[in-house]
Each structure stands twice: as structure tokens, then as C-alpha cells.
Design a protein around this ligand. Sequence first.
Ligand SMILES: NC(=O)c1ccc[n+]([C@@H]2O[C@H](COP(=O)([O-])OP(=O)(O)OC[C@H]3O[C@@H](n4cnc5c(N)ncnc54)[C@H](OP(=O)(O)O)[C@@H]3O)[C@@H](O)[C@H]2O)c1
Length: 339
Amino acid sequence: MTLPPEGRTQLTPDMSICRVLNGMWQVSGAHGAIDPSAAIASMLEHQRAGFTTWDLADHYGPAEDFIGQFRRELSSTQGRESLASIQAFTKWVPRPGPMTRQLVEQNVDLSLRRMDVPALDLLQFHWWDYGDARYLDALEHLSALGDEGKIRHLGLTNFDTEHLKLVVERGIKIVSNQVQFSLIDRRPERGMIQFCREHDIQLLAYGTVCGGLLTSKYLGQPEPSRRELTTASLGKYKQMVDAWGGWELFQELLNALQDIAAEKRVSIANVAVKYVLDRPAVAGAILGVRLGASDHLADNARAFDVTLESEDYDRLEAVLGRATDLYQIIGDCGDEYRR
Ligand SMILES: NC(=O)c1ccc[n+]([C@@H]2O[C@H](COP(=O)([O-])OP(=O)(O)OC[C@H]3O[C@@H](n4cnc5c(N)ncnc54)[C@H](OP(=O)(O)O)[C@@H]3O)[C@@H](O)[C@H]2O)c1
């Protein structure tokens, strides 16, 4: 399997990424058991197939340690130069409180050690409470650590447009914001995309296939019970679907996607992913990978084969136009984390 050239983009002038990123929340334990050696073998397989970009976090169980082990195995089999082909994006999700230089640096150093990297390719920062403005202190320290070579690029996750603007106005260079973005959750369209375009910030989208709900597996299926939602992401996005319009309308969306997918000889997931990849300012879609437990590599490579035409958008809009506007009931990007 080889990804086409449009499978990659420059996140920054010095960093090319795969536009379908491998999401590692799925190894945290909240999505079923993961066998470490099978997980590392699967990481090597993703890398070979061209899926070279990883999204993780300090709190995704062993995810940072897996990156360290994966790098050591790649280096020992293919030489140290091969490490330059990996992009590993972690997050720092601190509890609000005093953000001293020492605290910030200790956490960055911990990620460096766990991931076994000389510098973090991208550190994405999350903040739980805008009432506590010390996120700006943290970001200034992170920015200084970037100048000192410990962080190559600084990004955010789940920041809303208003606070992203405050960070930019403070003169802190942000390259990306990671937000929920899918056919169900189109909140980034409300202001985030435009702001990002004006300030050369790229979006990394998650929830693009709603934990697997936006795939053929759920087409024509009765509404799953809570017990049947066996991963943390299925639970999370089922709540979004409920708020968006419910299972009946969701089935109409799956049917519209299936019609489009059948015409293009691709999968429902491919259409859902390409819809988001085609939105302005979106650099990539992060798809969760249950490493060693399930595998959608070959199918996800086909997202780049999809070209959506105006009649496809019309078909989707005929369903989407009847859904509840999540911006009205939840707020801007990430507000669900700060209620
Ligand atoms: N910043 C944040 O707050 C935040 C929040 C959530 C997620 N994320 C990031 O985004 C990543 C993605 O997580 P997510 O929760 O949004 O999950 P997701 O990517 O929407 O769903 C992942 C699941 O979808 C299924 N799937 C993927 N491709 C498929 C295909 N082609 N056909 C059929 N099924 C397919 C797989 O289910 P099976 O394994 O069951 O087959 C997979 O485990 C996370 O790992 C994390 O890196 C970030």
C-alpha cells in the first residue's frame, strides 16, 4: 500500500505530516485491552504504509512509552536516520494552578524521556478553566522551551476561538489547534476556521468517524444501548449524536453517505473523513487506532481517493440541515470540556 502525494501536507514549512493521523487515545485502556508487543508491531506497520504521524497525550496510558519503544525498534532495524520519518505529537493537560517555569519544564522533560526524543515535534496544550488565566504563563514557558530546543512547535487543543485569539494577541506562536470536527460536529465552521486562516493556524480534527459510529458497521442497525458502546469514544460520540438529532436522523445520514460511497466505490468512513479533510484550514484528521486489536489501515488509505462533488454536498446537506446546531447548545470548540 502506498499513500498518494495528497496524503501528506506541510503542517509547518519544516514538517510534513500524513493527513490521516494515528490517534493513540485508543491505547489508554478505555477502549479495550492492548497488548504492547502487538501494538508496537502495528505501529511499525502503520509507519511502513505511510501513516507516519501520531497523536497522543501525557495521560493516554502508555502512549508516550509506546512511541519510545517504537522509535527504538525502528532505529535498530532501519537505522537512526529512519527516525526522521516519524512525527509524534503529544499533549500536556495540566490541572489549573500556578504554572511555574519549573513545573512546565518538568512535564516537558518527562514527555521527552518517555518518548525518547531529543525534542517534541508538536506539544499541544489543553486548559480546563478560562477563569484561571495562568494558561498564558504556561504557554509563555512552553514558548521559551521551544526557543531552547525542547519543543519544535507549539499547538493547542480544544481552545475556542475567543481564547485562541487571546493567545495569538499575546504574541505566542501557535501552529495548530486540535478540535472535534465531523459531519455531526461542525462547530469549527462558526468562527474557528476563519480565524485560523487569517493567522496561519492549522486544525487537526478528531471525532471524524465518531468513534466508529460513522461507518458501515452502524448502517441500518438499531440504536445501540449503553452496554453495546464498548469504547470510551463510542460513548462520547453517541452523546453527540443524541444532541445533534438522534438515531433516526443519524441513520438518514448514514444512508446518504452510503449512496455517495457506493457511487465512488469507497467506504462510508472514507467519505466522512474526506468531507473534513476538504474543509479550509484542516491539515489532518486523527483516526483512533486500537493498535493490534483492530485495523483499518487499508480502508483509511482510500480516503484520499474520494472527490466530493456539489451534488454530494447537497445530498448530505439535505440531512445535516435538519439537525440541531451544536454550537447553540454546547458552544464553540472544546466548550464541552469547560462546563
Ligand atoms: N484533544 C482531545 O480532546 C481529543 C478527544 C478525543 C480524541 N482525540 C484524538 O483523536 C483520536 C481519535 O479518537 P476518537 O475518539 O475521535 O475516535 P475516532 O477516530 O472517531 O474512532 C476510532 C474508531 O473508529 C473505527 N474506525 C476507524 N477507521 C475506520 C474505518 N475505516 N472503518 C470502520 N471503522 C473505523 C475504529 O473502531 P474499531 O477499533 O472498533 O474497529 C476506531 O477504533 C484519539 O486517539 C486522540 O488522539 C483527541
